[in-house]
Design a protein around this ligand. Structure first.
Ligand code: ATP
Ligand code: MG
Length: 483
């Protein structure tokens, strides 16, 4: 987080001054207060992200101030400053929720490091808080591959501005989720987010849809109706599939962007609206401009901040988390039991081109959950065109840098495959692959391999063979949903 606001509270003037100098030099916005009372007063006025707080002060002491700050705004990160490390105070402070401790004399390096960490934590927690409060989980933008991290940073930065955003990217990559996140992370989050699918509305109705109409302005206009721009006033309008907007409607949208004005169909009156515009398309707008189907001036107006939504094959690292996310989502939505995807399946997913991107992945996961009965979804459950892939390209040696890594990966994969093959019967698997059963247990524990029927397997070798033929539940493995 750049330019975090920092409040320093300490009764020693020279500390205030030196801390202020160090932090201002790094472009933080620093305010200081020489007592707990003044500090709290200032805290309420400026609402800093970070507070540096002396433990020992006359009057209102550090711990009391800390308590009040945390009650007022639990998200604020507080770094305590203390004379000699008082262990009790330190423990009490961290119990109340202090982020870090700095000892006097304060070293410049430690100060900067602590502040930087606090700023990072602050923006993370705030982000989560915003997402949890305002967004249902189904609108979460899942993925932390480098491209997705970058994308999220861009979104969070742009969200704070009023700029028009044009989101491009292939179908199914999550453009709508990006638009929602832009809205819900912005100051407009409490105002409406109004989505218009420009492709789904017949050309002759799009104008009235966007700008509203007066009663009787055209056949079928029985009632006066407000347009989406009016409804989105002070919020965000999301013009999805903007490439499908007719040239006539494009001209009107351009006018809103330029003048902030709308006019209902059949009305002479002009209204001012304050709306942030986010547009998205999976079409090549530059080509459409060349073909005379899209206005160049509108393109430039929309494309103030271009945001590119990467294809799934550009971020295969996200696949495991996406699969988890969808499994959890569908399990909750339909009361399914949660099921495991075999690592080989995930591997196959990573090799597949995903022309339909995340949407295709999501649909496949849903279908597999409906169609398969076994607890683990394996390669055999996949559609034919996917099944061939992993045999040929199960892994490339290039992904391993060390012998140990390679050995463990292949051992684990081998055991998982064999356990699957022999219905998770551990004794039989051990026999078939020619190792003692105890060794197999040890390996399973080492690699955290859990087989559905033998939840006790990792950890405590049972005396007998805890055999449960497929389809029968062992009492301790039956979860609330019967898995
Ligand atoms: N990063 C992601 N995390 C979780 N779900 C995602 C992600 N990306 C896409 N999805 C899901 O995939 C589906 C398609 O996403 P979305 O509708 O946002 O795609 P789109 O880019 O707008 O596609 P189109 O161009 O076809 O309109 C949705 O169900 C969405 O929830
Ligand atoms: Mg879309």
């Amino acid at each position: 987080m750049e330019n975090a606001r920092i409040l320093v509270i300490d009764d020693e003037k020279n500390i205030l001054e030196s801390v202020r100098m160090v932090l201002s030099y790094e472009d933080y916005a620093v305010e200081t207060a020489a007592s707990g009372i003044d500090g709290l007063e200032l805290f309420k006025q400026i609402r800093p992200e970070i507070v540096l707080l002396d433990v020992k002060m006359p009057g209102f002491d550090g711990l009391q101030v800390l308590k009040t700050i945390k009650q007022t705004d639990p998200l604020t990160e507080v770094i305590m400053i203390s004379g000699h490390s008082g262990i009790e105070e330190a423990m009490e402070a961290s119990r109340i929720g202090a982020f870090d401790f700095l000892e006097k004399p304060i070293s410049r390096e430690k100060l900067l490091l602590s502040v930087r960490n606090a700023a990072e934590k602050y923006s993370l927690t705030r982000e989560n808080a915003t997402l949890r409060t305002f967004q249902e989980r189904k609108h979460d933008l899942v993925g932390d591959s480098p491209v997705m991290q970058k994308l999220k940073q861009v979104i969070d930065k742009v969200a704070r501005t009023q700029s028009t955003v044009l989101i491009t990217g292939e179908s199914g990559t999550g453009k709508e989720l990006i638009a929602r996140r832009l809205h819900y992370c912005s100051q407009r989050s409490k105002r409406p987010f109004v989505q218009v699918n420009c492709a789904a509305i017949p050309e002759e109705l799009i104008e009235s849809e966007l700008f509203g109409h007066e009663k009787g302005s055209f056949t079928g206009a029985f009632e006066k109706k407000p347009g989406k721009f009016e409804i989105a006033h002070r919020g965000t309008i999301f013009l999805d599939e903007i490439g499908d907007l007719s040239l006539k409607a494009q001209a009107k949208v351009l006018r809103v962007l330029e003048e902030g004005e709308i006019q209902r169909v059949g009305s002479a009156e002009i209204q001012k609206v304050d709306v942030r515009v986010i547009a998205a398309t999976n079409q090549d707008l530059k080509q459409k401009i060349r073909d005379g189907e899209f206005r160049e001036d509108l393109f430039f107006r929309l494309n103030v901040v271009p945001v590119y939504s990467p294809a799934l094959r550009e971020r295969v690292e996200d696949i495991p988390r996406l699969v988890d996310h969808f499994v959890g989502f569908f399990a909750e939505e339909n009361n399914y039991r949660k099921r495991r995807f075999d690592p080989a399946v995930i591997e196959a997913f990573s090799q597949y081109p995903w022309k339909g991107n995340v949407r295709e992945l999501r649909n496949l996961v849903e279908r597999l959950l409906i169609m398969t009965d076994s607890r683990t979804i394996t390669i055999r459950d996949l559609p034919e065109e996917m099944r061939d892939v992993p045999e040929k390209a199960a892994f490339s040696f290039a992904r391993f840098s060390e012998w140990k890594e390679f050995k463990e990966f292949t051992e684990k994969r081998f055991l998982e495959e064999k356990l699957e093959q022999f219905d998770h019967n551990i004794s039989r698997t051990a026999r078939e692959i020619g190792i003692p059963r105890s060794n197999l247990y040890k390996k399973m524990e080492q690699f955290a391999i859990i087989v559905p029927n033998e939840t006790k397997a990792a950890g405590e070798p049972p005396s007998g063979d805890a055999l449960h033929p497929r389809g029968e539940e062992s009492p301790d493995s039956a979860g609330k949903d019967g898995s």
